[in-house]
Write a protein of this length. Sequence first.
Lengths: 191, 78
Amino acid sequence: METVEKASAQAPAVSDAVAAQIKELEGRISTLESHGDKLTMVLFSGDFDKAMAAFIIANGAIAMGREVTIFVTFWGLDVIKKANFSTAGRNILERMVLWMRPKGAGNLATSQMNFGGIGPRLFKFMMKQHNVEQLESLINMATEFGVKIVACKMSVDLMGIKESDLIDGVEFGGVAAFLGDAYDGQVTMFI
Amino acid sequence: MSAITADETVDLKGLNCPMPMLKTKKALQAAAAGKILKVEITDAGSKSDMPALLKRSGDELLESSEEGGVFTFYIKKK
């Protein structure tokens, strides 16, 4: 009789431990499941065609209900520059770099068949014929739908770019900002 | 002609990737649960894009067909 009572008294203690374990595992599973929902991109290139690819994928991912972060660095910064900004207040080297680089999504060169700027015009004309959205409009849509654009602060400073030279809504961050988002997602791209 | 009666028709003919998917998503977001959308798309990529999109969103693809370059999808909003 005594032993039976002992056993039944111990039973709830065991199931408490099991319940705690189940709860912990449920927590882990939900963390794992939520990880698939992010797409993180590094836009390193400032080429027109590659930027097109990046923003088409970003918009597609948004349509599929994913969170998207585009980490923009080095030549990629050309894509998110404003079409017009003054280079006043920069040193001679910074000015030189800014003068030599295209200003904004409307002035980029293609990675192939650029032909001194004729290539991009040709492609834009062909895109119009095929009713493909222009790059500027893809970027606008992306930001409108909540794509997070993070400019690499180190590259921005290095090239003498001011925050006001870039399109509105751009955030600033470093490698940890990118990795933080990348670790949260299953899909990471380098363009 | 399909036997399914749609509550709303979404005309996305002439649009190209990624616009048909974005606009389909927008239309689905705006629709009430259980409503049936008829979506018409000329972008041939939508043939494989649409099932992939709906797999993620959880909405049901009731029927799809192609006629004269127009892909028609009947989608039931979750």
